[in-house]
Write a protein that binds this ligand. Structure first.
Ligand code: NAD
Ligand code: UFG
Length: 338
């Protein structure tokens, strides 16, 4: 029995590979290295003490996928492969629809052909859009998204749900991530963004290490306790463990099931900056800047469904997230480029 991990060389994928190996699963990994480096999987092997097959393969390459499925008995697929930069998706919508949506269609076609009908998909809280109050629950309406990236997630959720209706043998777990941050506690793997980070936590850690001069806080006049945006930050290792539980669920159930992976707790931008400073004894200079277009004031999960269906809940706190991010950042100031 093996689990195919698409995009397994990336930030969340690499952490999930470790947790799958620790839980005793065999894994097969594919990635096209668009946003990752071979060093990440080398370190996964080092940390886990286990070997596993890797293929440099694009999810849009049906022949390449057939070769992987023919060489291994794949029981389920965890599908991380995708592009994720919100701003870039506005500039290059066709690239995003091709890679994320068309890529997922090719992957599912090959899966069906090869008799593997269980998929765990990386969706996002972004599908809840702008109209719902937090805490966000899985039965709330989705689709009022603000950018092409978010629309790819909404569309893929629809495609996988349609597939499950068309063929009752399919199982699709649609994991709606909130804001993954942090790193493996060894400090050996973590998030290695290209160029200037878009997301808050990698920006904070690059300011703390002196790579960037100061953080811009996008808006301090939201309707939140301190005026800055509130999010549900979740430790990437907790998130990875949620995938291990989701594999067990997908092997035992059919149908499409959206499930939030979050902590249920909201922290503001200033909360996170202050937690980072306190956990690590470092300074994080910042300035208040205008709001970023497309941002909502508050976004946090109701995590009850994940507890009920998967038996999973987040265990790490914001101090763990800040400490582990800093260990990764300070031990690997150039990311995977040593
Ligand atoms: P990441 O960029 O680190 O990992 C994605 C991996 O997929 C990369 O290694 C990349 O090279 C690979 N990839 C991209 N297109 C591919 C293709 N066509 N064929 C093969 N491999 C391909 O991103 P991540 O943060 O680990 O995110 C993983 C998934 O989770 C993505 O689908 C992302 O949209 C989703 N997600 C991420 C977040 C977040 O904040 N990180 C939040 C919600 C959802
Ligand atoms: N922020 C700043 N300064 C920065 C970066 C972010 O103040 O330099 C603020 C944002 O305005 C927001 C908060 O920090 O209030 C979090 O921003 P992130 O960019 O880290 O995360 P988002 O919640 O905007 O986006 C994340 C994922 C997206 C996903 C979205 C909704 O990165 O992929 O959640 O689920 F679509």
């Amino acid at each position: 029995m093996a689990i195919l991990v698409t995009g397994g060389c990336g930030y969340i994928g690499s952490h999930t590979c470790i947790e799958l190996l620790d839980a005793g699963y065999e894994i097969v990994v594919i990635d096209n290295y668009y946003n990752s480096k071979p060093e990440a999987l080398r370190r996964v092997k080092e940390l886990s003490g286990k070997e596993f097959p890797f293929y440099e393969c694009d999810i849009r390459d049906a022949e390449g996928l057939r070769r992987v499925f023919s060489a291994h008995k794949i029981d389920a697929v965890i599908h991380f492969a995708g592009l994720k930069a919100v701003g870039e998706s506005v500039q290059k919508p066709l690239t995003y629809y091709d890679n994320n949506v068309a890529g997922t269609v090719v992957l599912c076609q090959v899966m069906a052909e090869m008799g593997c009908k269980r998929i765990i998909f990386s969706s996002s809280a972004t599908v809840y859009g702008t109209g719902n109050p937090s805490p966000l629950k899985e039965d709330m309406p989705t689709g009022a998204v603000t950018n092409p990236y978010g629309r790819t997630k909404f569309m893929i959720e629809g495609i996988l749900s349609d597939l499950c209706v068309s063929d009752p043998e399919w199982s699709a777990v649609l994991l709606r991530y909130f804001n993954p941050i942090g790193a493996h506690e060894s400090g050996r793997i973590g998030e290695d963004p290209n160029g200037i980070p878009n997301n808050l936590m990698p920006y904070i850690s690059q300011v703390a290490i002196g790579k960037l001069p100061k953080l811009s806080i996008f808006g301090d006049d939201y309707d939140t306790p301190d005026g800055t945006g509130v999010r549900d930050y979740i430790h990437v290792v907790d998130l990875a463990r949620g995938h291990v539980k989701a594999v067990g669920y997908a092997l035992a159930h059919t149908g499409a099931e959206p499930i939030n992976l979050g902590t249920g707790i909201g922290y503001s931008v200033l909360d996170l900056v202050n937690a980072f400073k306190a956990a690590n004894g470092v300074d994080v200079p910042y300035t208040i800047a205008p709001r970023r277009s497309g941002d909502v004031a508050t976004c946090y999960s109701d995590p009850a469904k994940a507890a009920a269906l998967l038996g999973w809940k987040a265990e790490k706190n914001v101090e763990d997230m800040c400490r582990d991010t800093w260990r990764w950042q300070s031990q690997n100031p150039k990311g995977y480029d040593e």
